[in-house]
Design a binder for this molecule. Structure first.
Ligand code: RP5
Length: 160
């Protein structure tokens, strides 16, 4: 298998059901990726070591999904210059609104690109990672264009 170009990290195994949406889209676009459970508060040392090694392993984009007081994406961004795409997860009693605010409201200086709460956010983060790679990778750009065309073709014109 090719070396992963996109890292999908999440705070808990319970986030996988949502974050697999990012993996599915990257697989559909033939972009190698890997998924890891790395918590900003439960496994901070493991998270830091992973991020520090990521660029040297060929990782170009980090997708970070977390719920609750979701500091994972911000902590990822603090430890790497790679673009970090944050996905708020609706795993808490506040149904992801807490995670959305925690992820999107980064103080100036350490940016996190924040996506929609839940599965749509995970899917779009995967597509956005592909768009980043497509800037310098013609083959990815062509596959992304084909994917968009197929999506458009699958939308019926009539509502009934
Ligand atoms: C966050 O707490 C995780 O990202 C997850 O969304 C949430 C709940 O985690 P578990 O208690 O299910 O492990 O850190």
């Amino acid at each position: 298998m090719a070396d992963p170009r996109v890292a999908i990290v999440m705070g808990s195994q319970s986030d996988w059901e949502t974050m697999r949406g990012a993996q599915e889209i990257l697989e559909a676009l033939a972009i190698p990726c890997e998924a890891r459970v790395l918590s900003a508060h439960r496994t901070p040392d493991r998270l830091r070591a992973y991020l520090e090694a990521a660029p040297g392993r060929g990782i170009e984009v980090v997708i970070a999904g977390a719920g609750g007081a979701a500091h994972l994406a911000g902590v990822c961004a603090a430890h790497t210059l790679l673009p970090v795409l944050g996905v708020p997860i609706d795993s808490s009693p506040l149904k992801g609104l807490d995670a959305l605010l925690a992820t999107v409201q980064m103080p100036g200086g350490i940016p996190v690109a924040t996506f929609a709460i839940g599965k749509a956010g995970a899917k779009n983060a995967g597509l956005f990672a592909a768009a980043i790679l497509a800037r310098a990778d013609l083959a990815v750009r062509e596959r992304l264009a084909q994917w968009r065309e197929a999506q458009a073709a699958a939308v019926p014109e009539l509502p009934y």
